[in-house]
Structure formats: C-alpha cells, structure tokens
Ligand binder design. Structure first.
Ligand code: 5GP
Length: 181
C-alpha cells in the first residue's frame, strides 16, 4: 500500500512501479471527486455519491474513507493470478486493510519539504479550499502512518524513490516465500 499526504507524488510512483514490475497490479479506486482537468478518465471510477454508497452497502469495497470532503474506496481486487496488488490509498484506508491483512506492506511517501509539497499540490489545479484541506490533513496522516509502522520514503528523486520502494516490495515477497516454506 502506498500512502502519503497530497502532492507527494504517490500516483507517479505507483505508475512507475507497475510499469517496471509485471507481477504488480494497480487497483483502480472509486471516488466521488470530480475529474481534474487533464486527468485521465481511467484514473478512478468516477461515481456520484449515491452510486458510491450503494456499492459500499453491498460490500463492494475492501475499504473506503472520506478525504477532504470526497469519498474514495478500493473495490474487491480482481488481480491476475500470481500478481501482488498495489493500493494507492490514504492512511485511514491502509489501517482498514491492515485489520484483515496484517502482513500488508505499508509505505508512507513524503515530499522533501512542506514547500515542495505545497507547490506540487498547486501544480494540479485543485481549488484553493481543497489544497488547504489536504495540507491541514498531513500531520494527522503522519501520526496514523507512525501507528501503522509504515516505512517512510522521501520522494526527492523520483527514480530513487521508485527503486527504494521496489526493493521493499521484493523484500516483502522474499519474506512471504520464507514463511511459506
Ligand atoms: P486525489 O483526490 O488527490 O486523487 O486523492 C486524494 C487521496 O485519496 C490520496 O491520499 C489518495 O491516496 C487517496 N485515495 C485514492 N484512492 C483511495 C481509496 O480507494 N481509498 C482510500 N482510503 N484512499 C484513496
């Protein structure tokens, strides 16, 4: 699971990880957030609140959470056999997943500085009120990440962050193999 405050580059890292690793499958979340200008249609399943709540009521989500006024949820995964599932979700969602999957690797990505995070958030064209909410959430997200014993990775150089996370995933796979023996 990849978590971290808004604007730290989780989406870019997740895309690079799955591009480099055919055994890693990226889950596509549902959201009630409006699509951003230029955001691909496939970034999420964009749903209205009634559709989202109906899916939640029928047990269609592994986890879901409200973030800065919008709902986000992970549908039941449909990964090809032999693939590991990569979730790009917030820390509240990661905590829910951990309840059922205590072995799940939780990585918390940080921007190199608060100023860098803010400038990345602004670069996405979100409304000012949304940017303020995401910045205000960062501290509580850090506390929850600490409670989850998440591994922290700073996204200063994208290539280095992707390599570090790729190595953590390999380590977790190796551990799983050792435990299966
Ligand atoms: P954004 O609106 O910037 O795409 O995402 C806002 C936050 O929602 C990010 O922290 C992202 O990781 C999180 N998020 C995306 N999908 C999910 C999901 O399915 N579940 C949860 N809990 N968080 C999600």
């Amino acid at each position: 699971m990849l978590s971290g405050p808004g604007g730290v580059g989780k989406g870019t890292i997740a895309a690079a990880l799955v591009a480099a690793d055919p055994k890693l499958w990226l889950s596509r979340s549902w959201t009630t957030r409006a699509r951003r200008p230029g955001e691909p249609e496939t970034a999420y399943v964009f749903a209205d609140e009634a559709e989202f709540r109906a899916k939640a009521a029928e047990g269609g989500f592994v986890e879901w959470a409200e973030i800065a006024g919008n709902l986000y949820g992970t549908p039941q995964p449909d990964a090809p056999a032999g693939c590991d599932v990569l979730l790009e979700i917030d820390v509240q969602g990661a905590a829910q997943v951990r309840e059922n999957r205590p072995e799940a690797l939780c990585i918390f990505v940080e921007a190199p500085s608060a100023a860098e995070q803010e400038s990345r958030l602004r670069g996405r064209g979100d409304p000012e009120s949304h940017i303020a909410k995401r910045l205000a959430l960062a501290d509580s997200e850090r506390i929850l990440a600490y409670e989850l014993n998440a591994v922290h990775v700073v996204n200063d150089s994208l290539a280095e962050a992707v390599a570090a996370i790729g190595a953590l995933i390999e380590e977790a796979r190796q551990e799983r193999c050792d435990n299966d023996d």
